[in-house]
Write a protein that binds this ligand. Structure first.
Ligand code: SAH
Length: 196
């Protein structure tokens, strides 16, 4: 974990969470290479470097409540849950959400709440969140997610830029004002909607 991941909590969480627990049986051997991997349903578990980068960018504190859009394998949620008090994670592909929920139970992550649905709307009943992490790429940042960010909160989200590439964008809310900072270029599966 070179290349600028130096936040002690992020490094500790990534050492602690066993990535092989989150990939399909036949792929366990490759679980510790720094690359994305298929988890079925045309979805992927993110590259460990990107998981570390996004986690670090959220500047998490132990008491934080975090919302994740795109549960996928559950790996990113497990890394977050190792650092913060509670994680809420939403997955749109039902079978992935079900497998991840069972995985969290089996591995003892009792501070992760899961739901199946379209993360475009966030999780209004549990808002506001100190941090929001979106792990599928959007063309436009959903307003509901900005609304559900707590004062002082940070959101990290892959957004399509005018050059048609995707960049991680850091959204911060300070004194009610929203700021955007473009970070590194990334490859992500697209954000999907059941309705449009
Ligand atoms: N965080 C995941 C990586 C997931 S890949 C991990 O650690 O493994 C992106 C995930 O976002 C996929 O599982 C995809 O089904 C989900 N997704 C895409 N659009 C979504 C939406 N609108 N709402 C919720 N989840 C969505």
């Amino acid at each position: 974990m070179e290349r600028g991941i130096n936040d002690p909590d992020t490094l500790r969480a990534m050492r602690q969470v066993e990535r092989h627990e989150f990939v399909p049986e036949k792929m366990k051997k490759g679980a510790y290479s720094d690359s994305p991997m298929s988890i079925g349903h045309y979805q992927t578990i993110s590259q460990p470097y990107i998981v570390g980068y996004m986690t670090q960018a959220l500047k998490l504190k132990p008491e934080h409540r975090v919302l994740e859009i795109g549960t996928g394998s559950g790996y990113q949620a497990a890394v977050l849950a190792t650092i913060v008090a509670s994680v809420y994670t939403i997955e749109i592909v039902e079978p992935l959400g079900i497998v991840a929920k069972k995985r969290f139970q089996d591995l003892g992550y009792d501070n992760i709440r899961t739901t199946i649905g379209d993360g475009y709307h966030g999780w209004p009943d549990e808002a506001p969140f100190n941090a929001i992490i979106v792990t599928a790429a959007v063309k436009k940042i959903p307003t509901a997610l900005i609304d559900q960010l707590a004062e002082g909160g940070r959101m990290i989200i892959p957004v399509r830029h005018s050059d048609l590439r995707y960049y991680l964008v850091l959204v911060t809310k300070k004194n009610g004002e929203i700021s955007y900072k473009k970070l590194i270029p990334v490859a992500f599966v697209p954000f999907t909607r059941n309705t449009d």
